[in-house]
Ligand binder design. Structure first.
Ligand SMILES: N[C@@H](CCC[C@H](N)C(=O)O)C(=O)O
Length: 282
């Protein structure tokens, strides 16, 4: 049997697996099946907790989207990872150094139950996102296959993000434009598409069509990307409350040379075990 925990950060839900005390090799097809909400357990992302590879880190964690693709960063996942290793007794540290595919990050468990994460610096150079553009700019025009020309910001928070500003979040064309932006040819590794309504200097509303998943209840790196893009466009202050469908995150980016800080909840839902290897469907 394979033991797992089901967790979520503002409704962005995870299967979290201790791959330190269990030997786990997952194929893309097995991840898709575990993530499937009808045939498996159901999740937006699957998180594998592993031993650290470098001396500076306490753990390594790997992130897989529901489509089975491995990705480099996940904000809500980082908070759930920290809550998982702490609550399962894998560490008694409250500031945890964790290796991700995009470098070290430092989640910090706070006394009020929230988790604060140093998410590292944003990157804007097109090659680092990756995004096809001739020059660096705060905004770019993207022509979608269905016709519209859409103004986006493009940046990396360790994973790629496109941010579109909308007037009214409830009417944002997330289902129509999300998949077209996600798979746009100018994003060779695909992209997470955020739709941001600026409420005032300190508040935004955000919906994210996530790469490899679809629209989720919340996206931590998407919240960081939206706030950074809003600050660079002169629309936002340095500390911003982000209202997502699943709840609120606090994002701060003190100055251009700083790392982005994200604070929010991480919730354990239940522990379970599943027959392993998963019986294949006939
Ligand atoms: N839900 C996440 C992001 C997960 C990865 C993303 N879908 C990608 O493909 O980069 C978050 O909270 O940041």
């Amino acid at each position: 049997m394979l033991k797992f925990s089901k967790m979520h950060g503002l409704g962005n839900d995870f299967i979290v697996i201790d791959a330190i005390h269990q030997s786990v090799e997952l194929s893309k097809q097995q991840i898709q099946m575990l993530a499937d909400r009808h045939w498996g357990i159901g999740c937006d992302q699957l998180l594998l907790v592993q031993p650290a590879e470098s001396a500076e880190a306490d753990f390594r964690y790997r992130i897989f989207n529901a489509d089975g693709g491995e990705v480099a960063q996940c904000g809500n996942g980082a908070r759930c990872f920290a809550r998982f290793v702490h609550d399962k007794g894998l560490t008694d540290k409250t500031v945890i150094a964790v290796e991700t595919a995009s470098g070290l990050i430092y989640p910090e468990l706070q006394s009020d139950g929230q988790v604060r994460v140093d998410m590292g610096p944003p990157r804007f150079e097109p090659a680092a996102i990756p995004f096809v553009a001739n020059e660096l700019s705060n905004t770019y025009m993207l022509t979608l296959p269905s016709g519209p020309h859409v103004e986006i910001s493009a940046l990396s928070m360790g994973n790629p993000h496109a941010v579109v500003r909308v007037e009214n979040i409830s009417a944002a064309p997330v289902a129509e434009w999300g998949p077209q932006i996600e798979a746009h040819e100018r994003f060779p590794e695909r992209v997470n598409a955020g739709f941001m309504q600026v409420v005032d200097h300190d508040h935004i509303r955000l919906r994210v069509y996530e790469r490899g998943v679809g629209e989720t209840q919340a996206c931590g790196t998407g919240a960081c990307a939206a706030v950074v893009s809003g600050i660079r466009r002169g629309l936002l202050a340095r500390d911003v409350q982000v209202a997502l469908p699943g709840g609120c995150l606090h994002i701060s980016w003190p100055d251009e040379a700083s790392n982005v800080m994200m604070t929010g909840p991480a919730q354990h839902v239940f522990d379970g075990e599943i027959e392993w290897p998963i019986p294949t469907q006939s």
